[in-house]
Write a new protein. Structure first.
Ligand SMILES: C[S@@+](CC[C@H](N)C(=O)[O-])C[C@H]1O[C@@H](n2cnc3c(N)ncnc32)[C@H](O)[C@@H]1O
Length: 319
């Protein structure tokens, strides 16, 4: 008999502490996966806690929905990309929130699923779509992009020092149809999603990000550092001209990593890095922000109207 596939949540205790989960709190898990972190958040936020779970993979939503059946009155699960976090929160009037979690990358269920084309342990069609209803697969990109475009992708998103040599080889070998050559990295939307997440946090709300790749971690680290400073002028500028105001307070000065015992139990946790920051917001900003979001939800019948949201974004960034 084969056992059911599992995903072991990474840095679970550290994540719950970093989110400072409280009874009655409202939380967003932007990378629901198998619901491992979500279950712990729901248990700790009981009674009265609420959780919005997002995943781009419909299969993950299906698995998590079955697992979380006992919590159905406290959860809202949506099959969306976290880059649309703001619009999702406005649609469901789920804001402000006490904590937002991003546990980036792929779950063990996805990596172990041969048919999804993520694994480089088994050979399978080169697919790599989180949502199988999307039209473009990794094979389409690999087989139709120019050599220069592929080299740029590998260098920028894979931090690959030999991008030109590898790309040259790929182009010679085309068409490429299976997974063994390449790995999917989803970086493009991360910075945008993190900025939106900050705007959705209420007083002292916590933003917690677990990353598994140095480029992802750099995006998180640089954003948290920049947003925790009152001035981001270059050192050569004698007097501040940027007008930037800190909207985050760093909670862990040093990155949190798994213990040797966790790595031994779950080798996939070995590259994990957890960063946490807390929202800084004044009473005035808080009420203005939530009222504007609420207004946006009403005038849009739930969905965002881009022009209005753009105006709100300009307002927030000017605060
Ligand atoms: C590492 S797993 C999360 C595991 C989860 N924390 C648990 O303990 O069960 C990451 C999940 O994020 C999802 N994901 C990755 N990028 C996404 C994106 N841009 N938008 C929404 N979900 C995404 C993947 O489909 C995957 O299910």
């Amino acid at each position: 008999m084969t056992s059911a596939p599992t995903h072991i949540p990474v840095l679970l205790k550290e994540t719950i502490e970093a989110l400072a989960v409280q009874p009655g709190g409202r939380y967003i898990d932007c990378t629901l996966g198998a619901g491992g972190h979500t279950v712990a958040i729901l248990d700790r936020s009981s009674p009265g806690g609420q959780l919005l779970g997002i995943d781009a993979d419909p299969e993950a939503i299906k698995i998590a929905r079955a697992r979380l059946e006992a919590y159905s009155s406290s959860i809202l699960l949506v099959n969306e990309n976290f880059v649309d976090l703001e619009a999702i929160c406005i649609k469901y009037d789920f804001l402000p929130v006490h904590g937002i979690l991003f546990d980036l990358g792929l779950s063990s269920l996805q990596l172990n699923s041969r048919g999804r084309g993520f694994s480089f342990q088994h050979d399978a069609p080169l697919d790599m779509r989180l949502n199988p209803s999307q039209e473009i697969t990794a094979a389409d990109i690999i087989n139709t992009s120019s050599e220069a475009e592929l080299a740029h992708l590998l260098k920028t998103y894979g931090e690959e020092g030999y991008s030109h040599q590898i790309t040259h080889r790929i182009v010679q070998e085309r068409p490429i149809k299976t997974t063994l050559q390449l790995v999917n990295h989803e970086f493009e939307n991360l910075e945008a999603a993190l900025k939106r997440a900050i705007n959705l946090l209420g007083f002292d709300g916590r933003l917690v990000v677990i990353s598994y790749h140095s480029l992802e971690d750099r995006i998180v680290k640089q954003l948290m550092q920049r947003e925790s400073k009152d001035c981001i002028c270059p050192p050569s500028v004698p007097t501040c001209v940027c007008g930037h105001r800190a909207c985050l307070r760093l909670i862990n000065k040093r990155v949190i990593t798994p213990s040797p015992a966790e790595v031994q139990l779950n080798p996939r946790s070995r590259s994990a890095k957890l960063r946490v920051a807390e929202r800084i917001i004044t009473h005035d900003e808080y009420y203005r922000t939530t009222e504007e979001y609420r207004f946006s939800a009403q005038v849009n019948g739930g969905w965002r109207r881009p022009a209005l949201l753009e105006k709100l974004r300009v307002t927030f960034s000017a605060l």
